[in-house]
Design a protein around this ligand. Structure first.
Ligand code: PLP
Length: 567
């Protein structure tokens, strides 16, 4: 793309992963989906934004599961030219003392307003580069610490230089989506510092004014840290010097600390997550902007048709989804039946199962990892069998990938396969392989209930329940993340646990499992099978109260008001 006039004031949004379309393996999970949804909403709202990420030529990975639920990771190669356009711009960065040339592919997002938001996908696979450097934009979250740090140099430093090379001269804010992108701020600081036109404090303030940092997880493993000797080897002399001038890193290069030190506005992704982050980083002011999802992307076709008919401008103004209260109940029921039929058909096809359209169906899909507790539902198999025998049949559909190095997460998938065999045929359990955006939509729209059982307070936000809400699917969720911001019990779903365990990390699997079972047995199943009209009313409230708020239009408007405005 040629830039023949100065770009308008633009926000540059940097993220290690961005979910552009389901088949493009440039994302691993929630962080990437959020980034994609954010940029899609910017295009809808007519905001000038540009996304920056890496190409991920070999993607995250494609998941295959054998009959015992053992995970095999296969490369997720994709046809880049089919989706992206190669730009003419290049820039140079230094990695381990070697010059690396970076080029950029471009993906264009066109919004409901007609605004186009470009996303730049940086690529180092050029013949002029060292063979190791050519691999740096291949694998998302693959390789060792050295590989990861080199990637972060390409993203942060390369990203800033690429924007300059492409003529983006009026960037009003640089937004770091998680610490992976924090070297962008170090590069901005190094630019100032090298010129020596500024006192150190002035240079820091100038950079802070430009930067916004969003932290996404209370899990220590989610915060990138690198040994200083590795940082010294990988970074250029200018960046190394800038890092010292910042004096924010004692003993290691902690990307969260870099982001916190160089941003005027820092936020967590729900109100609870802000409280947890404040205890983790007591020296910094931290705000909160609750996550959302991009409404049209996460609404299944039957519901899109319904909203188009009853609240026509909902794509431009997601708040209008509150008028879902006026949609007739039988129209909602029909749309759900259609979405459920698509899901059951897919389960029976891929998992070789015999799931039934009229059986109460629980959905659970997210990254397979310990703190998400996919095993909580199986805490007492006999109890689950009894509930189903007493209150009516139930079937459960799981999906989710474990990170290649998360052995505990992989073992959880195998356990679910074992429990599924033990529970059959009374309770049917299926695990769909290779969770991606398409499956995410199919599952969150086709289930009757969305189950969420993380260990508090680790679920910073959670977004799949918001997708379910867009399709009228209520949640049964532990009180953590976004579910703490849903005010009424029994109106759009049900809660497990209490509101007041604050930021404590105490595990209470036995109590949580008991609450899960008793809510299913005494409230949810009797309502579903015994009072279908009341159940459909609940679905309608779920759309009107939750989808109208937990969307990225509202979220982006909050970013504009709190993070991007002139401060
Ligand atoms: C929405 C989504 C996620 C994130 O879901 P959480 O509830 O936030 O864990 C992860 N992966 C895919 C493919 C998704 O669509």
């Amino acid at each position: 793309m040629k830039v023949d006039r100065p770009a308008p004031q633009t926000v540059a949004y940097f993220s290690m992963e961005v979910a552009l379309e389901s088949p493009l393996p440039t994302y691993s999970g929630g962080l990437g989906v959020l980034a994609g949804d954010m940029l899609r909403s910017a295009a809808d709202l007519g905001l000038s934004m540009v996304g920056v990420t890496l190409l991920h030529r070999k993607g995250y990975f494609s998941q295959r599961l054998d009959d015992d639920g053992r995970q095999y990771e296969e490369p997720a190669t994709w046809s880049i030219e089919q989706y992206l356009h190669l730009t003419e711009s290049t820039c140079q960065v230094e990695v381990e003392g070697r010059p690396v040339t970076v080029r950029a592919w471009q993906y264009l997002i066109t919004g409901a307003s007609g605004t186009v938001v470009p996303v730049l996908l940086l690529d180092t696979d050029l013949p002029c580069n060292d063979p190791y450097d050519r691999t740096l934009t291949d694998n998302l979250y693959g390789g060792d610490q050295r590989y990861r740090l080199c990637q972060e140099v390409i993203l942060g430093v390369g990203g800033v230089r690429m924007l300059r090379a492409m003529g983006y001269t009026r960037i009003v804010r640089f937004h770091m989506n998680e610490g992976h992108a924090a070297l962008l701020a170090l590069e901005l600081f190094a630019e100032q510092f090298k010129q020596m036109l500024q006192r150190r404090e002035d240079a820091i303030n100038l950079v802070k004014h430009l930067c916004v940092f969003t932290t996404h997880t209370p899990l220590p493993a989610g915060h990138d840290q690198f040994p200083l000797d590795l940082a010294q080897r990988v970074l250029s002399a200018d960046q190394w010097e800038a890092l010292h001038a910042l004096s924010c890193c004692n003993g290691s290069l902690n990307m969260t600390h870099v982001g916190l030190h160089l941003s005027d506005y820092v936020n967590g992704v729900t109100k609870r997550h802000r409280e947890v982050s404040r205890t983790m980083f007591p020296d910094h002011a931290i705000g909160s902007i609750t996550n959302g999802v991009h409404s049209p992307t996460w609404t299944a076709a039957p519901f899109r048709a319904l909203y188009d008919r009853y609240t026509p401008a909902w794509r431009e103004d997601n708040f209008l989804l509150r008028y879902a209260l006026g949609i007739p109940l039988d129209a909602i029921q029909q749309a759900h039946d259609e979405a459920k039929r698509s899901l059951i058909t897919e389960v029976n096809r891929t998992a070789n199962a015999v799931f039934d359209l009229h059986t109460f169906t629980i959905g659970f899909a997210r990254r397979a990892t310990a703190y998400k507790r996919p095993d909580l539902l199986f805490y007492n198999l006999e109890r689950l069998r009894q509930i189903s025998a007493r209150r009516g049949p139930l079937q459960v559909i799981f999906s989710g990938k474990a990170h290649p190095r998360d052995e505990e997460g992989k073992a959880l998938i195998q356990k679910i396969f074992r429990w599924a065999k033990e529970l059959a045929p009374e309770v049917k359990v299926a695990y769909l392989p290779n969770y991606n955006m398409d499956l995410g939509l199919l599952l969150t729209s086709g289930a009757d209930l969305w189950l969420n059982t993380p260990q508090p307070p680790y679920e910073a936000s959670g977004t799949s329940g918001m997708k379910a809400a867009h399709n009228g699917v209520p949640s049964l969720s532990v009180l953590d993340g976004w579910w703490l911001e849903v005010p009424l019990q029994g109106v759009t779903g049900w809660a497990i646990g209490s509101r007041d365990n604050g930021t404590s990390f105490e595990r209470r699997d036995d109590k949580d499992a008991e609450e899960l079972y008793s809510t299913l047995e005494e409230t949810i199943l009797p309502l579903y099978y015994g009072d279908p009209v009341h159940w459909t009313e609940l679905m309608r409230f779920t759309i009107a109260l939750n989808a109208s708020f937990f969307n990225t239009h509202r979220m982006l408007q909050e970013y504009v008001t709190h993070a991007y405005r002139d401060r």
